[in-house]
Every structure is written in structure tokens, then in C-alpha cells.
Unconditional design. Sequence first.
Length: 269
Amino acid sequence: MTAYAEVIGDPIAQSKSPLIHGFWLKQLGIEAEYRRAHVTPEGLAAYFDSRRQDPNWRGCNITLPHKQAALEFVEDRGGIRESIGAINTVLRAEDGVLIGTNTDAGGFYAPIAGLDLDGAHAVVIGAGGAARAILFALSKVGIGRVTLLNRNVLKGAALLSSFGIKGEALPLNSKLPSAALLVNASALGMIGQPPLAIDLSPLPEDAVVYDAVYAPLETDLLAQAHDRGLDTVDGLEMLVGQAALAFELFFGAEPPRDRDEELRALLIA
């Protein structure tokens, strides 16, 4: 029987995770598979019940909309509920115990690790599971202030407070402040989702625009940033970064990150 891991979400057809993990498995010669599984919110409990019984299942990655709900079905040995409040990875222990963790925070931060964000002002769009991981990471590097844009302003304010971050929550259509970093942590701009309508003109010339959306890779947000000559980080950077951490947990081997250029070419083909 073949060992396997997978990614779950609703929808899931757009996920590039099988390409990423499949590439690494092939490069390392590991006899295993990485699949995608369409799991609805109503089917989440049944999904974890079935996988708990399968000794060949190494675990799963989690995408929209399950990153918070999945916490109800796993053990939280790392205190993720109290810290980030969302998981994107579940591992199956040998005794069948399911353990939740989060690799999004590390995956998000890796591409901007060279930025000096201590005391800086950032803008984060969204208040879901990805935003939680991003705010957690920003809180750990000493961000000075965060303006959070979200449809539900009260939810955004509560999220900032939960991470002890100074700042304010504003409606989505609010004018941007001058900030060093702008991160789209929402699904806006993704294929099949509403567009993200935003004016980047208030950002300074040295600002960095980071879009966690990777389908399409060149979002309207990044296109506008490129037109202004701003530095950008696209969604593949975070996707590959979090996948690398999860791959090692699933398969017990470090992925060949020296092949990142080849992998990126595969993902955008």
C-alpha cells in the first residue's frame, strides 16, 4: 500500500499543492503520493474520521474554508488554538491520533525575512485563517502597527487585539495609509472570487506588496504594484514555503529547495 498525503478544501481543483509535493517526491525518489480531496464543511468530520483509520495516510494540508474549523477534530499539542487560531496541516501519528499544526506563518515570512519590519506599519487585507498566520508572524518580528481591512470590521478589530498588535480595523473600501508592507490575505482577486479593488497610490516608493493569492499568479493587485515599480511577493512564494515545512513533516525528508526555479517553472506552465 502506498503512503500518501493530500490537500483538502472547498473548492480544491485550483490547488497547486499536488504539483509541488509530487515534484519533490519524484526528485527524492520517495515512494509516496500527494493528492487533492474535495471536502465540504459538512463533510469535514467524516473526512477526518475516515483518514484516522487509514495507516497509509500521512496527513493533509488545509485550505479555504477549513483552517479554523479543522481545529475541532485534532489534538492541539503545539498550542495553535491560543497562538495562531488556525491550522493548515494535520499529521497522523502511528497510533492514529491526528495532530494539527500551522506552516503558513513560516511560509509567509520566509520571502520577506530580509525586511526590517521592527516598528513598521503594515496593511493586511482579510481576517481568515491565512490572515491569522500572517498576523502571528508579524507580531513575532516586532511590527509597529497594522491596519486591517475586512468586510467585518469588528472581526478585524478582535483579531488585532488577539495578537496584541496596535492598529485599527477598517472597511475594505477604506483608503490605504502609507505603509511599508501590504499583504492580501483574503481570497479577493482569486479566480472565481470577487476582484480586489484598491488604490495603491498612498504607498511609499519603497513599499512591498505581497499577495497570498496564486491563481492567477499575476493578480490585479500585483499588476498595479508592478506598474508603480514596487517590490512584490507573489502567492507561490508563500505556497512553496509552507509546503516545504509540511513536506518534511509528512515524508521525513527535506525537499530539494535548490530546484525551486525548476519547480516554479512547472507551476506557472
